[in-house]
Ligand binder design. Structure first.
Ligand code: ZN
Length: 75
């Protein structure tokens, strides 16, 4: 009887630990998706391509997709 009780407690602890790990994993995944979707998209002033502001080349007249396109508009 005592062995059964110990076995049951170990089973419950293992189950709770797994559930906690899965929840932590899902929360981390959700926060990563949220940070990607919250990145501001800006259009290139030359070709109109939309790209995240963190990847854009910023010139005097606005953002560009590449340094090549910046030089075509702002020589
Ligand atoms: Zn461009």
């Amino acid at each position: 009887m005592k062995f059964l009780l110990v076995f049951l407690i170990v089973l419950i602890v293992a189950w709770r630990w797994r559930t906690w790990r899965e929840t932590a994993h899902l929360e981390k995944k959700a926060s990563r998706v949220g940070s990607i979707s919250s990145a501001e998209m800006v259009p290139c002033q030359h070709c109109g391509l939309h790209l995240p502001i963190s990847e854009a080349v910023v010139g005097k007249l606005g953002p560009y997709c590449s340094n090549d396109h910046r030089l075509k508009v702002e020589p």
